[in-house]
Design a protein around this ligand. Sequence first.
Ligand SMILES: Nc1ncnc2c1ncn2[C@@H]1O[C@H](COP(=O)(O)OP(=O)(O)OP(=O)(O)O)[C@@H](O)[C@H]1O
Ligand SMILES: [Mg+2]
Length: 488
Amino acid sequence: MTKFKDLNLSETTLKAIDKMGFEEATPIQAQTIPAGLEGKDIIGQAQTGTGKTTAFGVPMIEKIDTNNHTVQGLVIAPTRELAIQVSEELYKIGSGKRVGILAVYGGQDIQRQIRALKKRPHIIVGTPGRILDHINRKTLKLDSLQTLVLDEADEMLNMGFIQDIEAILSHMPAERQTLLFSATMPKQIRAIAERFMNDPVTIRVKTKEMTVSNIEQYYVKVHQRDKFDVLSRLIDVHSPELAIIFGRTKRRVDELANALSLRGYQAEGIHGDLTQAKRLTVLKRFKEGKIDVLVATDVAARGLDISGVTHVYNYDIPQDPESYVHRIGRTGRAGKEGVAITFVEPREMSYLKEVERTTKKKMSPMAAPTWDDALVGQQQAAVNELEESVAKNDLSQYKALAKGLLDQYDAEQLVAAALKLITKEPDRTPIHITNESSLPQKKDKFRSKNSSSKKPYGNRQGGRSSGGGNRSYNRDRKSNPRRKHTSQ
Ligand SMILES: Nc1ncnc2c1ncn2[C@@H]1O[C@H](COP(=O)(O)OP(=O)(O)OP(=O)(O)O)[C@@H](O)[C@H]1O
Ligand SMILES: [Mg+2]
């Protein structure tokens, strides 16, 4: 176990890390911080939720010269929410040193960002489209850049983003340190990455499986028409603290969020067609537990760190194994436990197998719960609530009422009635969810490693659109590779 104080860090940074509550460095931090401080280019790969942000953040912050009021560090992230989250973490690491950090992303007033850029921050964290916009307006200069980080590097170098990244790279000094981080790094993408890196070291936290062991992984074989009922019952059985449900398209997400609300769950959706303000509000309400089910497209799959997410449901199986890894990685973070459940239609089993081959982890089959299972789950949740209330609440103002009732009724009858009132019995309100086409069937059962879905260029979009129903997922990020991603 490595302590941060053994990593040759400045007192101010050590203090900041201490304030963040971190005691020991995680393996990826222990391995990349020294190499980062030495100035090496790094490709860092470690499982989801294992602290990669601090792994690149610490050396980046340590190297900032706060007397030099130029942009010395740039972090590029695929979504606005992630850019905000990373900037907040860097702010904490750099708080003692007073490093100036600014997040720039689409959907936020550009004039406000321009004013903030004039205050000469040392580090910019942003999404590619908006960064490029500022470069073109000459409101962001990268001539003095020393450290570049691509968070979710494989995603950033994939088809939807590569042109913007290349354009941004052309505006920064060749002599710089480049750090790439992700939980996944397909070979073909690594090859692209190496083109603009200088003798990079690859730091991979070696584990048997690509996913963290503290996430229990299940699949449920289910026909499309039954998916929603199975989902409602699963939620009733599990009573998740916070759950994320991933759907394949924006329409799917809207319909699921509405349908869940109709059945009495506190659910809201997040996807790229919402305004930025709405996206942020939904996420905030989810973090605060005001809603407990977040329905999302892959816009929420990467990097987001929301504590308390106990369950991830893949309502639609993702097409890429990488997407699966990131989606389920929204739970089981920082050593916590999590459960991931993936719905698979009978004809999509080959996708499940491909995910298992990539992650080197088998999912356990789970039977779809019955209505009675759901009722038992909800009754248990009511019992827990009642017990908690007995333990926690000051009930003195209710005791006289209780006595009165007990004089009149049988105790068992009374408690049963109270439990019935608290129990959210499984709801059968009719709902409508539009059918999406299943993923196209794979012919070659055991595809080679160079299979099409992993190719950075070309096939990815083709593969998706051939599924018909995937179109709006594409639009989510890839339909216009030049500009569109800020509207994910
Ligand atoms: N050394 C540490 N000790 C304890 N907790 C830590 C440590 N480093 C990071 N964390 C916490 O772990 C959580 C996950 O960190 P982070 O978001 O950086 O993971 P990640 O590896 O980037 O995951 P992803 O692949 O999903 O982006 C955060 O809540 C962070 O505060
Ligand atoms: Mg991350």
